[in-house]
Design a protein. Sequence first.
Length: 235
Amino acid sequence: MRWDRKHRVAYFKMHSGFVKHRGKRVRFMTLTSPGVDDQVKSLGGAWNNLVTVIRQTSVRGLIKGGWVKPGQLVRFYGGKLLDDPLEIEFCKVVTREGSGVLHVICVGDYLPRPWIVDLWKRYRGAFMVDIREAKSAMGEADGLARYCVSQYCAGQKLFVRCDCSSGWVFPGFMKAYKWLEGSIGGHSQMQPYQREWLLHGEEALVKYLEFKDFVWKYWEFYLVMGCDPRTLKAF
């Protein structure tokens, strides 16, 4: 299926986050809705409640709740302090599958599946929760992003939107990329190439793609360095 603008935006969000979090474990989480009518509009509230509880819970809280055993601490949490809150950053895809489904790409601390099932049942009334670790390394950012778009967005007609947490990249990163594109020459070079492509074809298209690739390399540099290109402040 050919990608449209929504697919390309989803790819950019995913790819940027994968670059920022390169070297970390990534997990795919699928959360469903109870089979009654279309509940896509209420998915966001249920997810926000879930994320709030995750970020307010510590490893000690998981132990007290019986979700993690003391003997599993080193395996799942390494040197994390028992009273430090759990961390999660995410990019999520909302679809109209069934009564509404969330496909979430997560980075952060280990989340016990039975605990997430229990929370999702509380906030959404649904049992179906699937959590899997990505087989590919986080270093393969482009391949992972293309896989996710093809799997969750472009492969179906029920794709609604893709959004992410503020720490998936950094607040305002979409505008920052547009600023970078313009500062490098986006307004003076890219738009003419687009017009020429329509009039003159392949040669102008090659120039346009080369320009976009050049901008992306700068963007990737700022993501790896951990700073906003507009201010050079760390994020």
